[in-house]
Design a protein around this ligand. Structure first.
Ligand SMILES: Cc1cc2nc3c(=O)[nH]c(=O)nc-3n(C[C@H](O)[C@H](O)[C@H](O)COP(=O)(O)OP(=O)(O)OC[C@H]3O[C@@H](n4cnc5c(N)ncnc54)[C@H](O)[C@@H]3O)c2cc1C
Length: 336
C-alpha cells in the first residue's frame, strides 16, 4: 500500500515522465542512479566500466558491527597481536568454559536459508564462522579466535580463545567482529555473540549478512553531495550509493533529488552537517577510510560527537537527537 501510494503520487506530477524498462546505459544530462542492491547486470557492468571497477556487485559476507561504548572494557583490553600495530583492536578473551559454551551454542544456532544463486559464490569467497566451527571444537582457536600474541598487557594472563574487534571509524565508535562473517539469523547473532563476556551488553549496529549486494565504493566515487567525483552530472542514491535500509535509501534519494535540482538552478548544493543523521551518513559513505567499505545504516556511532562528555547513554542519545533536530530544522527553513 505504501509502495502504491508513492507510485500514485509520482504519477500525479505532470512534469514527470515514467518509463518502465531496464536501463542499460546512462542517458546524457543530469542523472540520479538508484537501482538498488539488485541492479541488473548490464547497468552494473556499464557503471563498473565507467568508474573503473573490476565489478560492482559482491557476494557479501559481512561481520556484525558493534557500538564501541557498549563493549564491557572490564572484560576486554586494547592490544595488537604481538604488539605490532596502531592499537586498532579490542580483544575479548574467553576461558575454556566460556569458549565451550559459546562453541556449543554457535554450532546449533539457527541460520538464514541462502538463495540457490547465492550459495556457490558466497562459499567460494568466505566461510561463515558457524561452518568453520563445525569442523572441530578447536578450529576457531586456530583461526579467527587464535589467542597467541594476545596475552593480557597488564596481568600477562594467557587466554583460551580471543575474539578481536577492529576499529571501523576514526573515532572508535564502531567495531567490526574480525572473522565473524555469518549466516545466522539476527536474533541468533545477538543471543550467541552476547555470550562472549565483553559483549554481554553489546549493541549490534549491524548484523552479519551473506547475500548478493550491489553498491559503489562510495568513498572513492562520490562527494558530500552524493555526486560522482569524476562526472558531476551523475548522482547516486539508495543502497547502490552505500547506504542501507528503507529510511536511509529514501533519505539519500531525497538529498540527491534536491541537489540535482539545485544544480540545474545553478545554486550551491546541500552539504548537511554531520550533527544531523542525514549529514552523518553522507559524510560516512563519502569519506569513510574503512579498508572494506560496506553500506551503512543510520546509527548514533557515526554522528558527530557532542562537545561535552555525557556518560549516561540514554541522556547522550537524547542530547544528540535534540541537537540534530535543531540543526535540520534550521536547514529546512533556509531551503524553503
Ligand atoms: C530480505 C530483505 C529484508 C530487508 N529488510 C529491511 C528492513 O526491515 N528494514 C530496512 O530498513 N531495510 C531492509 N532491507 C534493506 C532495504 O530493502 C534496502 O536497503 C532498500 O530497499 C534499498 O532501496 P533502493 O531504493 O536503493 O533499492 P530497491 O528498493 O531495490 O529499488 C531499486 C529499483 O531499481 C530497479 N532496477 C534495478 N536495475 C534496474 C535497471 N537497470 N533499470 C531500471 N530499473 C532497475 C529494481 O528493480 C528496483 O525496483 C531489507 C533487504 C532485504 C534484501
Amino acid at each position: 500500500m505504501f509502495s502504491k501510494s508513492i507510485t500514485d503520487k509520482i504519477k500525479s506530477f505532470k512534469n514527470v515522465n515514467i518509463i518502465c524498462k531496464e536501463v542499460e546505459t546512462l542517458p546524457d544530462g543530469i542523472v540520479i542512479i538508484a537501482t538498488g542492491p539488485l541492479t541488473t547486470d548490464k547497468l552494473s557492468q556499464f557503471i563498473a566500466k565507467k568508474f573503473n571497477f573490476s565489478n560492482l556487485y559482491f557476494y557479501d559476507a559481512s561481520s556484525p558491527i558493534i557500538e564501541g561504548n557498549s563493549i564491557d572494557m572490564t572484560s576486554a583490553f586494547i592490544k595488537d597481536r604481538y604488539d605490532k600495530g596502531n592499537g586498532d583492536y579490542i580483544n575479548c578473551p574467553m576461558n575454556k568454559q566460556e569458549y565451550k559454551n559459546f562453541f556449543n551454542e554457535l554450532i546449533s544456532a539457527k541460520k538464514v536459508e541462502l538463495k540457490n544463486f547465492e550459495k556457490k559464490e558466497i562459499f567460494e569467497g568466505c566461510m561463515p564462522i558457524e561452518v568453520m566451527a563445525k569442523r572441530g571444537e578447536d578450529s576457531l582457536r586456530y583461526g579467527p579466535l587464535k589467542p597467541v600474541g594476545l596475552d593480557n598487557p597488564v596481568s600477562k594472563e594467557k587466554y583460551y580463545a580471543v575474539v578481536q574487534l577492529r576499529r571501523e571509524d576514526n573515532i572508535g565508535s564502531l567495531y567490526n567482529m574480525v572473522g565473524f562473517q555469518t549466516n545466522l539469523t539476527f536474533a541468533e547473532q545477538k543471543r550467541v555473540f552476547s555470550l562472549i563476556p565483553a559483549l554481554k551488553d553489546a549493541n549490534f549496529i549491524k548484523y552479519g549478512v551473506m547475500h548478493r549486494n550491489t553498491y559503489i565504493n562510495a568513498p572513492q566515487v562520490i562527494d558530500n553531495y552524493l555526486r560522482s567525483k569524476i562526472d558531476n552530472n551523475i548522482f547516486f542514491a539508495g543502497q547502490l550509493s552505500g547506504v542501507e535500509g528503507y529510511m536511509e535509501s529514501t533519505m539519500s534519494g531525497l538529498i540527491a533529488g534536491i541537489n540535482a535540482f539545485l544544480m540545474i538552478e545553478n545554486k550551491s548544493l546541500l552539504n548537511l552537517s554531520p550533527k544531523t543523521m542525514t549529514g552523518a551518513i553522507i559524510n560516512y559513505i563519502s569519506n569513510s577510510n574503512s579498508k572494506n567499505f560496506q553500506p551503512m545504516n543510520a546509527n548514533f556511532g557515526i554522528i558527530e560527537p557532542l562537545e561535552k562528555i555525557i556518560k549516561d547513554n540514554k541522556l547522550k542519545k537524547q542530547e544528540l537527537s535534540t541537537r540534530a533536530i535543531d540543526e535540520i530544522t534550521k536547514i529546512v527553513k533556509e531551503i524553503i
